[in-house]
Design a protein around this ligand. Structure first.
Ligand code: ATP
Ligand code: MG
Length: 1015
C-alpha cells in the first residue's frame, strides 16, 4: 500500500490561484500514476493533493513490496522535475512525502462501474501514518515492508512513531535506495526480423510528430503478419524518447457497441483506469479547469463516470459530438508534451467511436502527437483518411527472414535443422504462423525443451504441418484438458480481453493456469481485477468458431445475465452488448428488447448509433417466427423509428425503409405506426428535393393521420405534410393544414411534441409562411409570435421558427435589419451549442442569408456560412433546398462583380433544376438573377431569352393568390420594357409592382420598387 501526499498543500493553496493549483495537482497525479503503472501497481484513489496506490492486490505479485519501493522512489524523482518547473513559474516549493506498508488488505469492487476499488484495513492507516512521518521529499516504510525488501533496499534506522488516536508506537524506517531493479515479467519477444524500411518510416514519422508536425499512420496487414509487433516497437522507441504512449483496442463484438473504443482511449489518456467514478471526476475536473460544466458532464457520460444524480444536459447528439470534439481538441492543443496514441484492430471499431476519433484527430497535424492505427486490409473507414495520414502495408516476411525467425524460435541444435527449414517454408512469411507451428510441434512431442533451444528426437522428415494457422490452433485447442478447453471457450465468448471475475461468474470456475502455460492467453492487468488477453486475436477466433453452437449459445446467454447483474447502474450503457450476446445465444425476443433499449439510450448520444440498434432490432424481429404473437408489432416498431427519424439524419433515402413499413403496417392494420413513419417519409422526400412526390404523398398522409383521430398525434405529425405542400407551392392546402394544427393545439404549446418541441409554435410559423406566399396580411405577426413562443423550447424548434421567417428574405419580404441580425446570431449560437448538424446547417443558412443581404463588411462571413450550410446539405444529404437558395446568392454576387456569363450559366442551371424538381418557393429569386443578368449583358438574343424565361415562369400554374412569382415578374417585365425603350410600359409595370408589393407588405420589394420609380 502506497500513500503519497503533497507537503504543506494548504500553504500552496493560499499562494496559488485555484486553477493553477488544480493544474499542478493534476500533474502530480499524472506523473505519479505513470510511475505506479510502470511498476505494475494500481492507483486506487486521487485524494485531491495526493494518491493512494496498491501493489499486488488482489493478485499477489511476488515482489510487490519491492515494486512499491521502486514506485515510491520513482515518484519522488519524477516530482523533482515538476518541482523545478513550479518553482520557476510560481515560486513555491513542491514536495511529496510517501509512505509504504505491506500486508493483508481487504480489497474488492465497491459501488458501480466496475472501476471502483478500495482497500481497507489497518495497513491503509499505517501507510498513511508512514507518509506523515516521512521527511519532505522522502519515503518512510513500516516494519512489515522493511522485512520484505531487506535484501534489495537500503533503509535508515528504525524510529518509533505513534499511531494517531492510539498510544501504540510502531517503528518506521526511511527508504534510502534500492539495490536492483526487479525483472518485471513480460512475454518473450523475438528479435525483430526485417521491417527495416517500415521501422525507418515509422521512426521518421515519430520524429516529425515530436517536432510538432503530428500525423496519423495506419499499419495494415493480414492477421499475424506483425502489426501489433510494429506498434509495440514504435511504442518502445517513443517511451525511450520520453513520449507518453496511450493505447486502446477494438473488439470483434464491439462493432455494435457504441463508444466503447473511444471511451477506453479517453480513460487511458486521462489516466482514469481503475479509479472510482468520484475520483475520476475530480481528476477530470482538475485536468480541464476551464471547461464548461455542461461539456464536462458530456465527457463524464462518454467515459462512463457520470454522476447519476446529475441529469444529462439537453443537447442533440451532433452538438454533443461537436462540443466533446472541441473540448478534447482544446485539451490536445494545450498539451505540450509529445504523445503517441495507438488504436489497435480498427477493423472492429464501432462507428460512433470512429466518428469521434476522426474529430479528435483533426488537430493532430498541429500538435506533437502521432496516432498509430493498426487494422486488417478489409477496413476502409475514416481513420484511414484523416488529414495528414500515411499508410504502411506489411507484406509477408521473405523466405530468408522467416528462416531466421524460425531459427531463433527453435534453436541451433543440429537435430532441428531440417525442422527450421520446414517451419520457415510452411509459415509463408507469417511470423505468427511460424510461432504456432512450433508450439504445435512441441505439444506433439516432436520438439523438446524450451524456446530457442529445442531438440528433436525422432525422424523429422515425416512431420506433417496443417496447412493453415487456423487448423494448427484448432489442433492445439483440441489437446487441452476438458476444464481448460471449457475456460478458453467461455473466454472466447467474452472477447479478446476478459477478466477473471466475469469468467468465474459465467463458468463457476476457471482453469487459467493451463491456458497461460500453453501460451494461449496472457495476464495483462493484475489489479484490481486480473485481466487476461488472448495471445493473438486468431486464437480467440478459432476458439470461438470451433465450439459447438449449443454450448456457445449457453455461454452467451449466461454472459448476458452476468453483464446485466454485474453493473446494475450501467445497464442502459451495456444494453447493446447484452443484446449482442442474447442474439448470439438465439434468445431473439429478449435480444430485440435490448436492442430497442440500446437505441433509446443512444438516441440522445449518437443518432447514428441509435439507428444501428434499431436496424439490429429490425433484423432480429424479422428472424422471429410468424407463430410469435408480437412478431408483427416487433417488426413494425424499429421500422417506425427508422423511418420517422430519417429526415434529419441525412444519408440515402432508400435507407429509411418506408415501403416495408407500409406493407407491414397494412398487414397488421397498424395505422398509427404508418402515420408516424409516413410523416417522416414525406418530410424526408421534401428535404431531398423530391417535391412533387412528397406533395402527392402528403395528401394521403393527412388522410391517414386524420383517420387515426388522435388530436395530439395529429398536431405532432402534420408538420411533414404541411411542409411538403408549402415547398411544392400548394400553399392553400399548406395554410389549411397549419391552421388545423393551430386549432387542435388550442393554445397548448407542447401538445403533440412527439418530434418537435412545440408543434404549435411551428404551426404558426408555417401559417405565416403560407400567408406570406399568398400575400395575406398577418404573416409577419405569425413569424414573430412563433419566434417568441419558440424561445422557451429546444434548439430545433428555435432554429426552424427562425428559418421560416428569415428564409423568406430572398423573396423580398423582409429587410435584413438589426432585429434580423440579432435573432439569427442568437439562434446560430444556440444551434452550435445544442442542435444536430441538420439544424446547425439551417441556422447557418438563415444567418448567412441575413448577412449577405446587408451591405457591410460581414457579407463575406455570410457567404462562408452559406457555403458551410450548402456543403452539409450535399455531403450529409440534408436540406436540398439550400442549394437553389445559396447558388442564387452566388449567381447574384457574380453579376454584381461583373461576371455576367458566370451568373447566367449558374442561374440558368438553378432555374432548370427547379422546373424539374417542382421546387416553387425560390424560383422567383433565381429567375430574377437570370433575367437581370441577361438584360445587363445584352448580347445578341439575350433580351429574347430573358423574355422567354419570364414567360416560362408566368406559365407555371399556381394556387390562386400565390404572389411569389407574380411580384418578381412585374418587376422583370418593367426591366424588359425599359430595355426596349418603352418608358410608358416601364412606368406602368413599376407602378403595378409597387402596388402589389405594398399590398402584401413585402418590404424588400417595396424598397426596390421605390428606387425604380425614380431612376
Ligand atoms: N518482424 C518480426 N520479427 C519477429 N517477430 C515478429 C515479427 N512480426 C511479428 N512477429 C511476432 O509474430 C507474432 C504475431 O504478430 P502480431 O501479433 O504483431 O500480428 P498482427 O499483425 O497484429 O495480427 P492480428 O491482425 O491478428 O492482430 C507476435 O508474437 C510478434 O511478436
Ligand atoms: Mg494485432
Amino acid at each position: 500500500m502506497l500513500f503519497a501526499d503533497v507537503v504543506r498543500s494548504m500553504d500552496m493553496a493560499s499562494t496559488l490561484e485555484p486553477e493553477r493549483l488544480r493544474e499542478i495537482m493534476a500533474a502530480v497525479f499524472d506523473r505519479s500514476a505513470v510511475v505506479v503503472q510502470r511498476y505494475g501497481g494500481t492507483v486506487d484513489k486521487f485524494t485531491g493533493d495526493g494518491l493512494m496506490a496498491l501493489f499486488g492486490a488482489p493478485v499477489a505479485l511476488e515482489d510487490h513490496a519491492l515494486r512499491g519501493c521502486l514506485a515510491a522512489l520513482g515518484i519522488l524523482q519524477e516530482i523533482k522535475g515538476l518541482a523545478a518547473e513550479v518553482d520557476a513559474r510560481d515560486h513555491v516549493a513542491l514536495q511529496l512525502r510517501v509512505g509504504l506498508d505491506s500486508g493483508q488488505v481487504v480489497a474488492g469492487g465497491i459501488g458501480t462501474g466496475g472501476m471502483s476499488y478500495t482497500a481497507f484495513g489497518e495497513h491503509v492507516g499505517i501507510a498513511q501514518r508512514m507518509e506523515s512521518v516521512a521527511p519532505p521529499g522522502g519515503v518512510a516504510v513500516s516494519e512489515s515492508t522493511a522485512r520484505l525488501v531487506e535484501n534489495t533496499a537500503v533503509l535508515g534506522e528504525p524510529v518509533l512513531v505513534h499511531i494517531k488516536g492510539t498510544d501504540v508506537a510502531i517503528p518506521a524506517r526511511q527508504l534510502l535506495k534500492t539495490v536492483a531493479d526487479p525483472v518485471l515479467t513480460g512475454r518473450h519477444e523475438w528479435t525483430l526480423v526485417g521491417r527495416q524500411w517500415e521501422m525507418g518510416a515509422l521512426k521518421g514519422l515519430l520524429d516529425e510528430s515530436i517536432a510538432g508536425r503530428g500525423c496519423t499512420v495506419g499499419v495494415v496487414g493480414a492477421p499475424g503478419i506483425g502489426k501489433t509487433r510494429l506498434a509495440r516497437e514504435v511504442a518502445r522507441i517513443a517511451n525511450e524518447s520520453g513520449v507518453e504512449v496511450f493505447s486502446t483496442f477494438c473488439e470483434s463484438h464491439g462493432l455494435e457497441v457504441s463508444f466503447h473504443v473511444v471511451a477506453r482511449m479517453l480513460r487511458t489518456a486521462f489516466r482514469l483506469n481503475q479509479l472510482d467514478a468520484t475520483s475520476a471526476r475530480a481528476l477530470v475536473g482538475a485536468r480541464l479547469p476551464a471547461a464548461e460544466p455542461d461539456d464536462v458532464a458530456l465527457l463524464h457520460d462518454l467515459i462512463g463516470i457520470q454522476d447519476n444524480d446529475v441529469a444529462l444536459p439537453d443537447i442533440e447528439p451532433d452538438a454533443r459530438r461537436r462540443r466533446l470534439a472541441q473540448l478534447i481538441n482544446t485539451a490536445l492543443l494545450g498539451r505540450q508534451a509529445p504523445a503517441l496514441y495507438v488504436i489497435e484492430d480498427a477493423h472492429w471499431i464501432d462507428s460512433a467511436s470512429e466518428a469521434m476519433f476522426a474529430e479528435f484527430f483533426s488537430v493532430i497535424p498541429r500538435i506533437p502527437a502521432m496516432v498509430l492505427v493498426t487494422y486488417r486490409p478489409e477496413y476502409r473507414g475514416v481513420l484511414t483518411q484523416t488529414p495528414g495520414s500515411h499508410t504502411i502495408s506489411l507484406s509477408p516476411l521473405s523466405h530468408s527472414q522467416t528462416a531466421v525467425l524460425a531459427g531463433e524460435m527453435i534453436g541451433p541444435h543440429p537435430s532441428v535443422k531440417t525442422l527450421v527449414r520446414q517451419v520457415a517454408e510452411r509459415a509463408v512469411g507469417n511470423p505468427f504462423f511460424a510461432e504456432e507451428i512450433v508450439r504445435d510441434l512441441v505439444e506433439r512431442g516432436v520438439l523438446h525443451g524450451n524456446w530457442s533451444c529445442y531438440v528433436s528426437s525422432g525422424d523429422v522428415t515425416e512431420v506433417s504441418v496443417p496447412a493453415t494457422v487456423q487448423a494448427i490452433i484448432a489442433a492445439r485447442i483440441d489437446r487441452l484438458g476438458g476444464r481448460a478447453k471449457h475456460t478458453l471457450n467461455a473466454a472466447a465468448v467474452i472477447g479478446l480481453r476478459f477478466d477473471e471475475e466475469t469468467l468465474v461468474s459465467v463458468l463457476g470456475d476457471a482453469a487459467l493456469e493451463e491456458l497461460t502455460a500453453a501460451e494461449l492467453i496472457d495476464p495483462v492487468v493484475f489489479a484490481p481485477h486480473t485481466e487476461y488477453a488472448f495471445r493473438h486475436p486468431l486464437i480467440r477466433t478459432v476458439a470461438y468458431e470451433s465450439q459447438l453452437k449449443s454450448g456457445r449459445a449457453e455461454l452467451h446467454r449466461c454472459l448476458a445475465r452476468v453483464i446485466e447483474q454485474r453493473d446494475p447502474g450501467s445497464v442502459d450503457e451495456n444494453a447493446a452488448l447484452i443484446a449482442t450476446h442474447l442474439e448470439a445465444a438465439g434468445n431473439l425476443r429478449e435480444a430485440f428488447s435490448w436492442h430497442m433499449r440500446a437505441g433509446s439510450w443512444s438516441r440522445y448520444r449518437d443518432i447514428g448509433a441509435a439507428r444501428v440498434s434499431w436496424q439490429r432490432a429490425r433484423q432480429v424481429a424479422d428472424r422471429l417466427s410468424a407463430a410469435d404473437l408480437d412478431g408483427m408489432s416487433m417488426r413494425i416498431a424499429p421500422r417506425t423509428l427508422l423511418c420517422g427519424s430519417a429526415w434529419h439524419i441525412g444519408g440515402a433515402v432508400a435507407d429509411a425503409g418506408f415501403d416495408e413499413l407500409r406493407d407491414l403496417t397494412a398487414e397488421a392494420g397498424d395505422k398509427r405506426s404508418l402515420a408516424i413513419g409516413m410523416a417522416g417519409w414525406v418530410c424526408l422526400l421534401a428535404f431531398r428535393g423530391r417535391y412533387l412526390e412528397s406533395s402527392r404523398l402528403a395528401s394521403e398522409c393527412v388522410d391517414l393521420i386524420e383517420s387515426v383521430g388522435d388530436s395530439a398525434m395529429t398536431v405532432g405529425l402534420l408538420y411533414g405534410p404541411t411542409y411538403a405542400k408549402y415547398q411544392a407551392g400548394e400553399v392553400v392546402e399548406g395554410l389549411r393544414l397549419a391552421q388545423r394544427r393551430i386549432d387542435l393545439a388550442a393554445g397548448d404549446l407542447a401538445k403533440g411534441n412527439l418530434i418537435l418541441g412545440s408543434p404549435l409554435a411551428l404551426g404558426i410559423s408555417e401559417r405565416g409562411a403560407a400567408r406570406c406566399c399568398l400575400g395575406i396580411s398577418g404573416w409577419m405577426e405569425d413569424f414573430d409570435d412563433a419566434i417568441a413562443m419558440a424561445r422557451g423550447f429546444d434548439a430545433t424548434t428555435r432554429v426552424i421558427a427562425n428559418w421560416f421567417k428569415y428564409g423568406t428574405i430572398p423573396n423580398g419580404t423582409l429587410l435584413a435589419d438589426s432585429g434580423a441580425l440579432q435573432d439569427t446570431a442568437e439562434v446560430l449560437q444556440v444551434a452550435e451549442q445544442f442542435a444536430d448538424d441538420f439544424n446547425l446547417g439551417l441556422a447557418q443558412l438563415t444567418r448567412g442569408l441575413v448577412l449577405v443581404h446587408r451591405d457591410d463588411a460581414n457579407r463575406e462571413a455570410g457567404f462562408e456560412l452559406m457555403a458551410s450550410a450548402r456543403e452539409k446539405a450535399v455531403q450529409e444529404r440534408f436540406t436540398f433546398v439550400a442549394l437553389p437558395i445559396v447558388d442564387t446568392q452566388t449567381a447574384k454576387e457574380k453579376a454584381r462583380i461583373g461576371d455576367l456569363d458566370g451568373a447566367i450559366a449558374l442561374s440558368q442551371a438553378i432555374v432548370d433544376d427547379q422546373f424539374d424538381t417542382g421546387e416553387m418557393i425560390y424560383r422567383g429569386p433565381a429567375v430574377t438573377v437570370l433575367v437581370e443578368s441577361l438584360l445587363q449583358r445584352g448580347a445578341a438574343g439575350d433580351v429574347q431569352t430573358a423574355q422567354e424565361v419570364i414567360d416560362r415562369l408566368a406559365a407555371v400554374p399556381t394556387d390562386p393568390g400565390f404572389v411569389l412569382h407574380e411580384i418578381p415578374l412585374l418587376r422583370l417585365r418593367a426591366l424588359v420594357a425599359r430595355q426596349g425603350g418603352d418608358q410608358t410600359g416601364y412606368r406602368d409595370w413599376v407602378d403595378r409592382y409597387r402596388a402589389t408589393a405594398t399590398a402584401c407588405g413585402f418590404q424588400g420589394h417595396m424598397a426596390i420598387a421605390e428606387a425604380m420609380r425614380c431612376p
